[in-house]
Design a protein around this ligand. Structure first.
Ligand code: SF4
Ligand code: SF4
Length: 379
Protein backbone atom coordinates (compact mmCIF):
# COMPACT_ATOMS: atom_id res chain seq x y z
CA UNK A 1 0.00 0.00 0.00
CA UNK A 2 1.20 3.48 -0.86
CA UNK A 3 0.36 6.82 0.70
CA UNK A 4 -1.48 8.34 -2.29
CA UNK A 5 -3.43 7.27 -5.36
CA UNK A 6 -0.69 8.73 -7.60
CA UNK A 7 1.91 6.51 -5.93
CA UNK A 8 -0.42 3.52 -6.40
CA UNK A 9 -0.77 4.34 -10.10
CA UNK A 10 3.01 4.83 -10.49
CA UNK A 11 3.56 1.43 -8.85
CA UNK A 12 1.06 -0.18 -11.26
CA UNK A 13 2.79 1.38 -14.27
CA UNK A 14 6.28 0.40 -13.14
CA UNK A 15 5.09 -3.16 -12.59
CA UNK A 16 3.70 -3.28 -16.16
CA UNK A 17 6.84 -1.64 -17.57
CA UNK A 18 9.10 -3.99 -15.64
CA UNK A 19 7.40 -6.91 -17.36
CA UNK A 20 7.52 -5.23 -20.78
CA UNK A 21 10.90 -3.40 -20.81
CA UNK A 22 10.39 -2.17 -24.37
CA UNK A 23 11.52 1.37 -23.37
CA UNK A 24 14.73 0.46 -21.56
CA UNK A 25 16.93 2.36 -24.03
CA UNK A 26 15.01 5.64 -23.87
CA UNK A 27 16.26 7.21 -20.64
CA UNK A 28 17.58 6.54 -17.14
CA UNK A 29 14.16 5.70 -15.65
CA UNK A 30 13.80 2.26 -17.17
CA UNK A 31 17.29 0.92 -16.31
CA UNK A 32 16.76 2.24 -12.74
CA UNK A 33 13.35 0.53 -12.63
CA UNK A 34 14.87 -2.76 -13.78
CA UNK A 35 17.15 -2.78 -10.73
CA UNK A 36 14.02 -3.26 -8.58
CA UNK A 37 11.30 -5.89 -8.14
CA UNK A 38 9.16 -3.82 -5.76
CA UNK A 39 8.76 -0.06 -5.39
CA UNK A 40 8.63 1.87 -2.14
CA UNK A 41 7.23 5.45 -1.99
CA UNK A 42 10.82 6.72 -2.02
CA UNK A 43 11.69 4.59 -5.08
CA UNK A 44 8.72 5.96 -7.01
CA UNK A 45 9.52 9.56 -6.06
CA UNK A 46 13.10 8.91 -7.18
CA UNK A 47 12.01 7.48 -10.55
CA UNK A 48 9.53 10.34 -11.11
CA UNK A 49 12.28 12.91 -10.52
CA UNK A 50 14.66 10.98 -12.76
CA UNK A 51 12.12 11.34 -15.61
CA UNK A 52 12.89 14.32 -17.90
CA UNK A 53 9.36 14.42 -19.37
CA UNK A 54 10.51 13.82 -22.97
CA UNK A 55 7.25 11.97 -23.72
CA UNK A 56 8.88 9.23 -25.81
CA UNK A 57 7.62 6.35 -23.67
CA UNK A 58 4.03 7.55 -24.21
CA UNK A 59 4.17 7.67 -28.00
CA UNK A 60 6.21 4.45 -28.20
CA UNK A 61 3.97 2.50 -25.82
CA UNK A 62 1.64 -0.15 -27.22
CA UNK A 63 -0.32 -0.03 -23.95
CA UNK A 64 -1.02 3.74 -23.85
CA UNK A 65 -4.66 4.92 -24.07
CA UNK A 66 -7.04 3.83 -25.49
CA UNK A 67 -5.52 0.44 -24.56
CA UNK A 68 -7.16 -0.95 -21.43
CA UNK A 69 -3.81 -1.00 -19.59
CA UNK A 70 -3.91 2.83 -19.80
CA UNK A 71 -0.13 3.25 -19.48
CA UNK A 72 0.88 6.93 -19.36
CA UNK A 73 4.24 7.21 -17.63
CA UNK A 74 5.04 10.88 -18.49
CA UNK A 75 1.76 12.23 -17.11
CA UNK A 76 1.73 10.06 -13.99
CA UNK A 77 5.34 10.99 -13.23
CA UNK A 78 4.61 14.69 -13.86
CA UNK A 79 1.85 14.54 -11.23
CA UNK A 80 4.02 12.51 -8.85
CA UNK A 81 6.96 14.91 -9.22
CA UNK A 82 4.81 17.88 -8.30
CA UNK A 83 3.30 15.99 -5.36
CA UNK A 84 6.78 15.03 -4.15
CA UNK A 85 7.99 18.66 -4.23
CA UNK A 86 4.90 19.64 -2.29
CA UNK A 87 5.37 16.82 0.25
CA UNK A 88 9.02 17.76 0.91
CA UNK A 89 8.51 21.56 0.86
CA UNK A 90 9.72 23.53 3.86
CA UNK A 91 7.92 24.95 5.72
CA UNK A 92 4.98 22.66 4.90
CA UNK A 93 2.43 25.47 5.28
CA UNK A 94 3.61 26.94 1.94
CA UNK A 95 3.62 23.66 0.04
CA UNK A 96 0.34 24.09 -1.85
CA UNK A 97 0.77 27.78 -2.60
CA UNK A 98 1.67 27.46 -6.24
CA UNK A 99 -0.58 24.68 -7.41
CA UNK A 100 -3.12 26.91 -9.10
CA UNK A 101 -2.30 30.63 -9.02
CA UNK A 102 1.48 30.84 -8.94
CA UNK A 103 1.70 33.50 -11.66
CA UNK A 104 -0.62 35.89 -9.82
CA UNK A 105 1.09 35.35 -6.45
CA UNK A 106 4.57 35.90 -7.93
CA UNK A 107 3.65 39.06 -9.83
CA UNK A 108 1.74 40.56 -6.89
CA UNK A 109 4.77 39.86 -4.64
CA UNK A 110 7.14 41.49 -7.15
CA UNK A 111 4.97 44.58 -7.63
CA UNK A 112 4.46 44.92 -3.86
CA UNK A 113 8.21 44.98 -3.20
CA UNK A 114 8.78 47.37 -6.14
CA UNK A 115 5.99 49.60 -4.81
CA UNK A 116 7.45 49.56 -1.31
CA UNK A 117 10.96 50.47 -2.50
CA UNK A 118 9.81 53.24 -4.85
CA UNK A 119 7.27 54.61 -2.33
CA UNK A 120 9.86 54.70 0.44
CA UNK A 121 12.35 56.48 -1.84
CA UNK A 122 9.76 58.96 -3.14
CA UNK A 123 8.64 59.89 0.37
CA UNK A 124 12.21 60.53 1.51
CA UNK A 125 13.45 62.31 -1.61
CA UNK A 126 11.53 62.34 -4.92
CA UNK A 127 14.80 63.12 -6.72
CA UNK A 128 16.13 59.73 -5.65
CA UNK A 129 13.32 58.07 -7.63
CA UNK A 130 12.80 60.42 -10.56
CA UNK A 131 16.19 62.18 -10.90
CA UNK A 132 18.92 61.31 -13.41
CA UNK A 133 21.82 59.53 -11.73
CA UNK A 134 24.87 58.26 -13.56
CA UNK A 135 28.36 56.96 -12.85
CA UNK A 136 29.58 54.65 -10.08
CA UNK A 137 27.15 54.38 -7.16
CA UNK A 138 24.18 55.75 -9.16
CA UNK A 139 21.95 52.79 -8.22
CA UNK A 140 22.41 53.49 -4.53
CA UNK A 141 20.64 56.85 -4.83
CA UNK A 142 17.43 54.78 -4.76
CA UNK A 143 18.42 52.36 -2.04
CA UNK A 144 21.68 52.26 -0.02
CA UNK A 145 23.94 49.33 -0.90
CA UNK A 146 23.85 47.94 2.64
CA UNK A 147 20.03 47.96 2.68
CA UNK A 148 20.05 46.06 -0.64
CA UNK A 149 22.46 43.49 0.75
CA UNK A 150 20.36 42.96 3.90
CA UNK A 151 17.04 42.64 2.00
CA UNK A 152 18.26 40.46 -0.88
CA UNK A 153 20.78 38.53 1.21
CA UNK A 154 17.97 37.56 3.61
CA UNK A 155 15.70 36.49 0.71
CA UNK A 156 18.51 34.50 -0.89
CA UNK A 157 19.49 32.76 2.36
CA UNK A 158 15.84 31.92 3.05
CA UNK A 159 15.54 30.34 -0.42
CA UNK A 160 18.71 28.30 0.15
CA UNK A 161 17.54 27.13 3.59
CA UNK A 162 14.08 26.12 2.30
CA UNK A 163 15.62 24.27 -0.66
CA UNK A 164 18.15 22.43 1.52
CA UNK A 165 15.46 21.36 4.00
CA UNK A 166 13.22 20.08 1.19
CA UNK A 167 15.97 18.17 -0.61
CA UNK A 168 17.14 16.72 2.70
CA UNK A 169 13.71 15.09 3.14
CA UNK A 170 13.79 13.73 -0.43
CA UNK A 171 17.33 12.40 0.04
CA UNK A 172 16.33 10.54 3.18
CA UNK A 173 13.14 9.23 1.61
CA UNK A 174 14.96 7.68 -1.32
CA UNK A 175 17.18 5.92 1.19
CA UNK A 176 20.50 7.62 0.59
CA UNK A 177 22.86 8.25 3.52
CA UNK A 178 24.51 11.65 3.92
CA UNK A 179 27.89 9.91 3.76
CA UNK A 180 27.51 9.17 0.04
CA UNK A 181 27.93 12.87 -0.69
CA UNK A 182 31.66 12.16 -0.79
CA UNK A 183 31.09 9.93 -3.85
CA UNK A 184 32.80 12.38 -6.20
CA UNK A 185 32.44 10.13 -9.25
CA UNK A 186 28.64 9.99 -8.99
CA UNK A 187 28.36 13.71 -8.25
CA UNK A 188 30.47 14.51 -11.33
CA UNK A 189 28.60 12.05 -13.59
CA UNK A 190 25.27 13.54 -12.48
CA UNK A 191 26.57 17.04 -13.13
CA UNK A 192 27.55 16.09 -16.69
CA UNK A 193 24.17 14.39 -17.30
CA UNK A 194 22.26 17.40 -15.92
CA UNK A 195 24.36 19.99 -17.76
CA UNK A 196 23.83 18.24 -21.11
CA UNK A 197 20.19 17.23 -20.39
CA UNK A 198 21.30 13.77 -21.45
CA UNK A 199 17.91 12.17 -20.91
CA UNK A 200 15.75 14.84 -22.56
CA UNK A 201 16.11 13.36 -26.00
CA UNK A 202 13.74 10.40 -26.20
CA UNK A 203 16.60 7.93 -26.63
CA UNK A 204 18.43 10.11 -29.17
CA UNK A 205 15.67 11.30 -31.53
CA UNK A 206 14.43 14.33 -29.57
CA UNK A 207 11.54 15.36 -27.38
CA UNK A 208 7.88 14.69 -28.17
CA UNK A 209 5.73 17.81 -27.90
CA UNK A 210 2.57 18.67 -29.84
CA UNK A 211 2.60 15.57 -32.06
CA UNK A 212 4.56 12.36 -32.49
CA UNK A 213 7.44 14.03 -34.38
CA UNK A 214 10.32 14.50 -31.93
CA UNK A 215 12.45 17.68 -31.99
CA UNK A 216 15.20 19.26 -29.87
CA UNK A 217 13.34 22.54 -29.36
CA UNK A 218 12.55 21.99 -25.66
CA UNK A 219 16.14 20.99 -24.98
CA UNK A 220 17.51 24.11 -26.73
CA UNK A 221 15.15 26.47 -24.88
CA UNK A 222 15.95 24.72 -21.61
CA UNK A 223 19.69 25.18 -22.23
CA UNK A 224 19.20 28.89 -23.02
CA UNK A 225 17.23 29.30 -19.78
CA UNK A 226 19.63 27.32 -17.59
CA UNK A 227 22.86 28.84 -18.90
CA UNK A 228 21.26 32.29 -19.05
CA UNK A 229 20.41 31.94 -15.35
CA UNK A 230 23.98 30.84 -14.54
CA UNK A 231 25.48 33.78 -16.47
CA UNK A 232 23.23 36.26 -14.65
CA UNK A 233 24.23 34.69 -11.34
CA UNK A 234 27.91 34.96 -12.36
CA UNK A 235 27.34 38.62 -13.29
CA UNK A 236 25.94 39.40 -9.83
CA UNK A 237 28.76 37.46 -8.16
CA UNK A 238 31.47 39.37 -10.08
CA UNK A 239 29.77 42.68 -9.26
CA UNK A 240 29.74 41.74 -5.56
CA UNK A 241 33.46 40.91 -5.71
CA UNK A 242 34.13 44.22 -7.49
CA UNK A 243 32.28 46.08 -4.73
CA UNK A 244 33.98 44.45 -1.77
CA UNK A 245 37.45 43.57 -3.11
CA UNK A 246 38.36 46.51 -5.33
CA UNK A 247 35.78 49.11 -4.22
CA UNK A 248 34.22 49.50 -7.70
CA UNK A 249 30.53 50.40 -7.51
CA UNK A 250 27.71 49.58 -9.96
CA UNK A 251 26.62 50.52 -12.56
CA UNK A 252 29.53 49.45 -14.75
CA UNK A 253 30.31 50.38 -18.37
CA UNK A 254 28.85 48.18 -21.12
CA UNK A 255 32.18 46.45 -21.82
CA UNK A 256 32.85 45.42 -18.20
CA UNK A 257 32.58 41.78 -17.10
CA UNK A 258 29.35 42.02 -15.01
CA UNK A 259 27.50 43.84 -17.82
CA UNK A 260 28.75 41.49 -20.57
CA UNK A 261 27.81 38.39 -18.52
CA UNK A 262 24.47 39.89 -17.50
CA UNK A 263 23.61 40.93 -21.08
CA UNK A 264 24.38 37.54 -22.62
CA UNK A 265 22.62 35.75 -19.75
CA UNK A 266 19.69 38.17 -19.94
CA UNK A 267 19.20 37.48 -23.67
CA UNK A 268 19.21 33.74 -22.89
CA UNK A 269 16.63 34.36 -20.16
CA UNK A 270 14.36 36.15 -22.63
CA UNK A 271 14.55 33.65 -25.49
CA UNK A 272 14.66 30.47 -23.36
CA UNK A 273 11.59 31.08 -21.16
CA UNK A 274 9.59 32.53 -24.09
CA UNK A 275 10.38 29.38 -26.09
CA UNK A 276 9.51 27.09 -23.17
CA UNK A 277 6.17 28.86 -22.71
CA UNK A 278 5.40 28.52 -26.42
CA UNK A 279 6.32 24.82 -26.33
CA UNK A 280 4.20 24.27 -23.24
CA UNK A 281 1.15 25.92 -24.82
CA UNK A 282 1.47 23.56 -27.82
CA UNK A 283 2.22 20.40 -25.85
CA UNK A 284 -0.11 17.40 -25.99
CA UNK A 285 -2.23 17.71 -22.78
CA UNK A 286 -1.95 13.93 -22.34
CA UNK A 287 1.71 14.45 -21.32
CA UNK A 288 1.07 17.17 -18.72
CA UNK A 289 -0.02 17.47 -15.11
CA UNK A 290 -2.89 19.75 -16.06
CA UNK A 291 -3.87 20.62 -12.49
CA UNK A 292 -0.56 22.32 -11.75
CA UNK A 293 0.39 24.21 -14.89
CA UNK A 294 0.43 27.39 -12.74
CA UNK A 295 3.46 26.06 -10.87
CA UNK A 296 5.41 25.58 -14.10
CA UNK A 297 4.31 28.76 -15.75
CA UNK A 298 4.96 30.98 -12.71
CA UNK A 299 8.66 30.23 -12.58
CA UNK A 300 9.13 30.62 -16.34
CA UNK A 301 7.21 33.92 -16.33
CA UNK A 302 9.22 35.20 -13.35
CA UNK A 303 12.52 34.40 -15.08
CA UNK A 304 11.34 36.21 -18.21
CA UNK A 305 10.13 39.30 -16.33
CA UNK A 306 13.26 39.47 -14.15
CA UNK A 307 15.37 39.45 -17.30
CA UNK A 308 13.10 41.90 -19.12
CA UNK A 309 13.23 44.46 -16.28
CA UNK A 310 17.02 43.95 -16.00
CA UNK A 311 17.53 44.60 -19.71
CA UNK A 312 15.23 47.64 -19.58
CA UNK A 313 17.31 48.97 -16.68
CA UNK A 314 20.48 48.48 -18.74
CA UNK A 315 19.05 50.41 -21.69
CA UNK A 316 17.50 53.31 -19.73
CA UNK A 317 19.83 53.52 -16.72
CA UNK A 318 21.08 57.02 -17.67
CA UNK A 319 17.59 58.53 -17.81
CA UNK A 320 15.00 59.66 -15.28
CA UNK A 321 13.34 56.23 -15.58
CA UNK A 322 16.25 54.53 -13.82
CA UNK A 323 14.75 54.74 -10.30
CA UNK A 324 11.43 53.14 -11.23
CA UNK A 325 13.06 50.50 -13.44
CA UNK A 326 15.54 49.58 -10.70
CA UNK A 327 12.70 49.29 -8.14
CA UNK A 328 10.77 47.07 -10.56
CA UNK A 329 13.80 44.88 -11.28
CA UNK A 330 14.60 44.52 -7.57
CA UNK A 331 10.95 43.59 -6.92
CA UNK A 332 11.10 40.77 -9.47
CA UNK A 333 14.47 39.53 -8.18
CA UNK A 334 13.13 39.47 -4.61
CA UNK A 335 9.93 37.65 -5.61
CA UNK A 336 11.97 35.17 -7.68
CA UNK A 337 14.11 34.32 -4.66
CA UNK A 338 11.30 33.83 -2.14
CA UNK A 339 9.10 31.82 -4.51
CA UNK A 340 11.90 29.57 -5.82
CA UNK A 341 11.52 26.82 -3.16
CA UNK A 342 7.80 26.40 -3.99
CA UNK A 343 7.82 26.48 -7.78
CA UNK A 344 9.29 24.75 -10.80
CA UNK A 345 12.83 25.85 -9.88
CA UNK A 346 13.08 22.89 -7.51
CA UNK A 347 12.86 20.42 -10.40
CA UNK A 348 16.52 21.12 -11.24
CA UNK A 349 17.70 20.30 -7.71
CA UNK A 350 15.55 17.17 -7.31
CA UNK A 351 16.50 15.90 -10.76
CA UNK A 352 20.18 16.41 -10.00
CA UNK A 353 19.82 14.45 -6.75
CA UNK A 354 18.02 11.64 -8.62
CA UNK A 355 20.81 11.62 -11.22
CA UNK A 356 23.40 11.32 -8.44
CA UNK A 357 21.59 8.28 -7.09
CA UNK A 358 21.28 6.77 -10.57
CA UNK A 359 25.00 7.29 -11.26
CA UNK A 360 25.79 5.65 -7.93
CA UNK A 361 23.50 2.69 -8.61
CA UNK A 362 25.10 2.13 -12.00
CA UNK A 363 28.58 2.25 -10.51
CA UNK A 364 27.64 -0.20 -7.76
CA UNK A 365 25.96 -2.57 -10.20
CA UNK A 366 28.87 -2.20 -12.58
CA UNK A 367 31.23 -3.22 -9.81
CA UNK A 368 29.13 -6.30 -9.05
CA UNK A 369 28.85 -7.47 -12.64
CA UNK A 370 32.16 -6.10 -13.74
CA UNK A 371 32.45 -5.54 -17.46
CA UNK A 372 28.74 -5.89 -18.21
CA UNK A 373 26.87 -2.93 -19.75
CA UNK A 374 24.18 -1.66 -17.36
CA UNK A 375 22.73 1.19 -19.44
CA UNK A 376 21.87 0.57 -23.08
CA UNK A 377 22.78 4.17 -23.89
CA UNK A 378 26.45 3.38 -23.21
CA UNK A 379 26.56 0.90 -26.08
S1 SF4 B 1 5.87 2.56 -21.34
FE1 SF4 B 1 4.74 0.92 -22.43
S2 SF4 B 1 6.14 0.16 -23.99
FE2 SF4 B 1 7.37 1.31 -22.51
S3 SF4 B 1 8.09 -0.22 -21.05
FE3 SF4 B 1 6.20 0.64 -20.21
S4 SF4 B 1 4.59 -0.72 -20.93
FE4 SF4 B 1 6.40 -1.16 -22.18
S1 SF4 C 1 12.33 10.62 -19.58
FE1 SF4 C 1 10.97 10.35 -21.34
S2 SF4 C 1 11.11 8.16 -21.83
FE2 SF4 C 1 11.92 8.42 -19.76
S3 SF4 C 1 10.18 8.03 -18.39
FE3 SF4 C 1 10.27 10.24 -18.74
S4 SF4 C 1 8.90 10.62 -20.46
FE4 SF4 C 1 9.36 8.41 -20.44
Amino acid sequence: MHGTSTLEEADRLMTVCNACRYCEGLCAVFPAMEMRRAFSDGDLNYLANLCHACGACYTDCQFSPPHEFNVNVPQTFAILRAESWSAYAWPRAFSGMFARNGVAISIVAALSVAGFISGFAALNDPQALFGIHSGPGAFYALMPHNAMIVLFGAAFLYAILALVMGVRGFWRDIGEPVGMLDDGGSLWQAMKDAASLRYLDGGGVGCVNEDERPTDRRKIYHHLTFYGFLLCFASTSVATLYHYLIAREAPYPWWDVPVVLGTIGGIGLLIGPAGLLAEKSRRDPALLDQKRTGMDVAFIVMLFLTSLTGMALLVWRDTGSMGLLLALHLGFVFALFVTMPYGKFVHGIYRYVALVRYARERRMLGNIISGKVVDDRDV
